[in-house]
Design a binder for this molecule. Structure first.
Ligand SMILES: CC(C)(COP(=O)(O)OP(=O)(O)OC[C@H]1O[C@@H](n2cnc3c(N)ncnc32)[C@H](O)[C@@H]1OP(=O)(O)O)[C@@H](O)C(=O)NCCC(=O)NCCS
Length: 394
């Protein structure tokens, strides 16, 4: 019989490996489609409020006309954060990374949650709603503390997006700002098994509590190749500084093997539908605040980088969600280090939906602890394991 050669294991980054089924969302990479529980992201960004999307993700359906006010009230009542959490934030250096502050606040919120030791579905759902409501308050409070300003209490008469803008900037926002920001929250809320959601599901699969899962997800989102890209897009736009510098930037970056932030995606090999919606929003907001050049640089960069990439690699590259959200957030007045935390205060809704699905079924027949295999390519001492050497002999 022919001897089988050992099968080489490739470091795949799990690309194209289906590890679980889900009813929450679908990313159809080759068609540029993103679907939350059957609804296209285009319709949701245009018509749905963030609260409706949270309801859709958690309860598998849009709220009815009568359910929506009650659901909004439930979220509104959960917005406040314990004074002890605010006091703890005050002890942090102003130079702290806001993603670290957000991540560190999550277990502190767990310390104050009466449900934290309960693993029944209704308790996990309550904790998930609390996290979704409170993370925005944590982020706004941190910004106020960092700027030496008074932390503002949430306002019950404002919806989630408007209330965050109020708590963050200290004044009631314009209707246009609310509409744009709400659409951003909707578009960032969910994206199937991306790295941070996978992290949340991996933690949740051990039956750790939802706060542990969300804290892990925030850490994952902070990375430059994931949510951290939007801040780096803005840094890159500032480095470029002017449309006339785009060409030399693209050449320099590709010549040195560097990446152009905000381009490329692990799943989409055509336009990311969110980038198509965000681009005109960035242009509009940039014009409104008298800073149209950030959009113009982005647009020129997208065109030139796509052409150069095609020429060098023989394949297409497309703008992802982070590319135009950077210039949009900048035009809205957000400091760039806040871009990724904004992503987190929206994506928390998706993480919560995935934790619920992971722990209580959904599409899966029986939720299982994640435990992949790896191939050991390290050493032995000859054909057997190494023999132990006492410290004096080493
Ligand atoms: C998101 C990302 C990690 C997807 O990666 P991927 O599909 O696994 O693709 P790879 O990283 O394997 O890249 C494939 C090739 O395209 C190149 N490439 C991918 N994205 C690139 C970018 N933004 N700029 C320049 N080159 C890029 C890689 O260098 C690689 O080249 P090689 O084949 O010569 O080694 C990648 O596109 C990236 O790093 N983008 C920039 C960061 C970013 O915007 N992240 C946010 C994602 S929503």
């Amino acid at each position: 019989m022919e001897e089988c050669a050992p099968k080489p294991i490739k470091d795949t980054g799990l690309r194209n490996v289906v590890i679980a089924s889900t009813k929450i969302s679908n990313v159809i990479g080759d068609q540029g489609k993103l679907i939350y529980r059957g609804y296209s992201i285009g319709d949701l960004a245009e018509f749905a409020a963030f609260e409706e999307v949270v309801h859709l993700l958690l309860y598998e359906k849009l709220p009815s006309k009568s359910e929506l006010p009650d659901f909004k009230t439930r979220l509104t009542k959960e917005r406040e954060i314990p004074p002890a959490v605010i006091d703890a934030m005050r002890t942090r250096p102003a130079s702290s990374l806001p993603m670290d502050i957000l991540q560190a606040a999550v277990p502190m919120l767990a310390n104050h949650d009466p449900d934290v030791e309960t693993d029944a579905p209704d308790a996990v759902e309550r904790m998930g709603l609390r996290l979704t409501a409170k993370l925005a308050t944590v982020l706004a409070a941190w910004q106020r503390i960092k700027e030496g300003k008074a932390v503002l209490d949430p306002l019950d008469d404002l919806d989630h997006a408007a209330n965050f803008l109020y708590m963050f900037f200290g004044e009631k926002p314009s209707q246009e700002a609310v509409r744009f920001f709400d659409a951003c929250l909707v578009m960032h809320a969910e994206h199937s098994f991306n790295a941070s959601t996978f992290a949340a599901r991996g933690v949740a699969s051990t039956r750790a509590h939802i706060y542990a899962a969300v804290a892990g997800a925030i850490g994952s989102l902070s990375g430059a190749l994931h949510g951290g890209a939007n801040t780096r897009v803005m840094k890159m736009l500032m480095e470029i500084g002017d449309v006339k510098n785009v060409s030399s930037y693209v050449t320099r970056q590709l010549d040195s093997g560097g990446k152009i932030m905000g381009l490329g995606h692990a799943v989409y090999d055509t336009d990311d539908p969110r980038a198509l919606i965000l681009a005109p929003m960035s242009r509009q907001m940039g014009e409104k605040v008298g800073e149209p050049h950030w959009y113009e640089i982005s647009r020129e960069l997208e065109i030139q980088a796509k052409a150069a990439f095609k020429e060098r690699k023989g394949k297409e590259i497309f703008a992802n969600v982070d590319f135009y959200s950077a210039s949009l957030y900048h035009a809205m007045g957000f400091p760039m280090e806040i871009f990724t935390p904004i992503f987190a205060i929206s994506r928390v809704a998706g993480w919560v939906a995935h934790v619920l699905e992971e722990q209580f079924g959904g599409a899966a027949d029986k939720p299982m602890l994640y435990r992949p295999e790896s191939e050991y390519v390290g050493d032995y001492c000859g054909p057997e394991e190494c023999s132990w050497e006492p410290i004096e002999k080493r």
